[in-house]
Design a protein around this ligand. Structure first.
Ligand code: TPP
Ligand code: MG
Length: 320
């Protein structure tokens, strides 16, 4: 394990930030303050944080419709994120994109994406750019189990493989594509098995175990930077909320949800920190309190920001 104690604490804080950001998004949505759809990442925090922990400045991320966790893990600004969710002028896309269009090029964050499976070709392109520029960067692509059936993923895996692109493909297998359980939508248990069709390594890990995710990502990123090509990592995880806020979630049992809640990734990291002596129970409370304040400040910022003016509607649609 190459993670220092300080880094471990930083990762723990990021996981808590994602959890609290999303829990507050639940409330904001229920209060009718978020126009459009939101897909929440609660329960999957270890995957985004474990993967991004190994990334550096020249690296890219292609995200999904469930992208808040990816951006927070990458260092996104929760103020700008809330402002975007609430459709405010101060948001990441000036309030005109919403949850599924948040991008931050200063962080190499190529964007959330409302098109399932749109990320893999973007990541392959970004990885090609890294290779062409010889800047030692890698491109990471998050995608779901549902997206793993799209041709876009398979084309991207093939190209990345034959051109040995510095890319890492992260399948967030949360067992469902909307209401459809994985066993109905594909005839395999491990999405990682698909890697063999492209002659690249494929590995399945417990996506709720920060350390397992980190170790797999560390290895894959090392391989990519060395010029050995892409890796497919499948992180087995679960979303606690419905597919989107408002989903009546009739396709799974309460018992299933409860079973997965017992595998909450956050207390697992806390336990490691306590065991290592990096954190005490008291300090843990302080960490949660500090992040709650940060989240509240983000919401206050968003709520006090103006909506975009009608006259700005057609601005920023195209760029020169
Ligand atoms: C090309 C395309 N097809 C269908 C949809 C509708 N859709 C939105 S999310 C989703 C399921 C995605 O499942 P998965 O990839 O497993 O991601 P998860 O929501 O589980 O994170 C579908 C089919 C879409 N947005 N884009
Ligand atoms: Mg899924």
């Amino acid at each position: 394990m190459t993670l220092s104690k300080e880094k471990l604490l930083e990762l723990y804080k990021k996981m808590i930030t994602i959890r609290l950001f999303e829990e507050h998004a639940v409330e904001l949505f229920a209060n009718g303050e978020i126009p459009g759809f939101v897909h929440l990442y609660i329960g999957e925090e270890a995957t985004a944080v474990g993967v991004t922990a190994i990334l550096g400045d020249n690296d890219y991320i292609a995200s999904t419709h469930r992208g808040h966790g990816h951006l927070i893990a990458r260092g996104g600004d929760v103020k700008l994120m809330y402002a975007e969710l609430l459709g405010r002028k101060t948001g990441y896309c000036k309030g005109k994109g919403g949850s599924m269009h948040i991008a931050d090029m200063t962080l190499g964050f190529l964007g959330a994406n409302g098109i399932v499976g749109a990320g893999p070709p973007l990541a392959a392109g970004a990885a090609f750019a890294n290779k062409y520029r010889k800047d030692n960067g890698v491109a990471v692509c998050f995608f779901g189990d549902g997206a793993s059936n799209r041709g876009t993923l398979h084309e991207a895996l093939n190209l990345a493989s034959i051109w040995k692109l510095p890319a890492v493909f992260i399948c967030e297998n949360n067992m469902y594509g909307i209401s459809m359980n994985q066993e109905y939508h594909q005839n395999i248990k491990d999405v990682a098995d698909r890697a063999s069709a492209y002659g690249i390594p494929g590995i399945s890990v417990d996506g709720n175990d920060l350390f397992a995710v980190f170790e797999a990502a560390e290895e894959a990123v090392k391989r990519a930077r060395q010029g050995d090509g892409p890796t497919l990592i499948e992180c087995k995880t679960y979303r606690w909320r419905g597919h989107f806020e408002g989903d009546p979630t009739v396709y799974r049992s309460e018992q299933e949800v409860e079973t997965w809640k017992k595998k909450d990734p956050i207390p697992r990291v806390k336990k490691r920190l306590l065991d290592l002596g990096v954190l005490t129970e008291q300090e843990d409370q302080a960490v949660w309190d500090e992040i709650r304040k940060e989240i509240q400040a983000g919401i206050d910022f968003a709520k006090s920001s103006p909506l975009p003016d009608e006259s700005e509607l057609l601005e920023d649609v195209y760029c020169d």
